[in-house]
Design a binder for this molecule. Sequence first.
Ligand code: SAM
Ligand code: SF4
Length: 454
Amino acid sequence: MSDFINESKIFSILESSVNPDKGEVREILSKARECKGITLEETGKLLYLEDKELLEELYEAAKYVKDRIYGKRVVLFAPLYTGNKCVNNCLYCGFRRDNKQLHRRTLEIDEIVNEAKAIERQGHKRILLICGEHPKTDVKHFTKAMEAIYKATDIRRINIEAAPMKVEDYRELKQAGIGTYVIFQETYHRETYKKMHPVGIKADYDWRITAIDRAFEGGIDDVGVGALFGLYDYRFEVLGLLMHCRHFEERFGVGPHTISVPRLRPALGWGLDKIPYPVTDEDFKKIVAIYRVSVPYTGMILSTRERAEFRDELLSLGISQISAGSKTNPGGYEENDDHADQFEISDSRSLPKVIETICDKGYIPSFCTACYRRCRTGEHFMEYAKEGEIHEFCQPNAILTFKENLIDYGNDVLRQKGELIIQKALEEIEDEHMRVETLKKLKQIEEGKRDLYF
Ligand code: SAM
Ligand code: SF4
């Protein structure tokens, strides 16, 4: 049995964190502003913040950390569901095997390529392959899909969110060019996990919690984690996830590349009658801000599970990557089928609309995939990120990839807004040499040259 999620330690931290002292909270927040992270005990105290004034101070600290490390960039991607057949029966999921209302389908490779092309036509460069756990969607399904997509499209980074695999399977994914391997533990609380996953391979908590260890062993050094909020007490989940991150740092010398923050949504044919531990918007904001200050160097991903205006608000608190124009059913970009969705989407804006809002808020959309292509992943990425250099380094790439996007997919309104944001982002590059280089490359992109990232 895996032992790196120490439940009794989590409960004891939580017990001693109730009603945190104002002075102590302020000390923690001032430490957080050093951008070096905080201890689990300190995170525990922040999780019990209720005082409005202190909450505002937490949000300010999170904004500061986000700005200092990530700047104004927002990376965009789209999920591509390749199949919704599943051997598991996770009570919260529309794909669970007992859901008889669901139209089941596994896409053939040419259908996957068509979906990738449809996503590319929206303007995306980065996709996330997702599916249920099923013999039809095994490792070969993913490697063939990746090979075909990289060959037939200009998609530059393919991430995968899939059920746990064996070390040799992860090795194959690495060889086929996976970007980030993403897997959510769902809940770090064993008893709740058992209740939510009554049958199937996923019933085994330990097989799932050790998946990322095997991914590392198979050579994948770029991984993403997440807890599904709504299944159990969010405070427990945040500490559980951070403990999971500590384990990677101790064992492999590197933390996760990203943390996702999925919040449970109703799903057609799910096996629950209500959300067991509802998380309010205020709590959700707190979670995002606390992750941001606890692990400042880890990217944070928000999906279309959240409403448009709320997503916009969360950007300033620490989210660095969002999906846009998403569909959650296999084949969804080419055709609509409400009876094949995994869960209900809350933000159905198109990618151009999301880009426009990002610009209106003073952020710069980024379609950069350079980290992966230039081997700046895992440990190497952390070196950049931990130093805060990621800001200087990724800003030019955001500018250049956004410029490409505007040229290839922009309309008049977007181009006008986008150029203003690009100018502002250029001015923010402090290093003179870097700014001049970026300007040069911008001109080259205007002349039709491509792939000029650092
Ligand atoms: N089947 C694989 C697995 O379970 O690891 C791949 C990922 S599954 C298709 C994607 C994720 O969606 C799950 O890990 C879960 O956290 C999330 N999910 C499932 N049902 C959901 C719901 N009703 N609302 C929000 N997220 C949900
Ligand atoms: Fe299957 Fe994943 Fe949904 Fe569970 S969460 S039912 S494993 S698709």
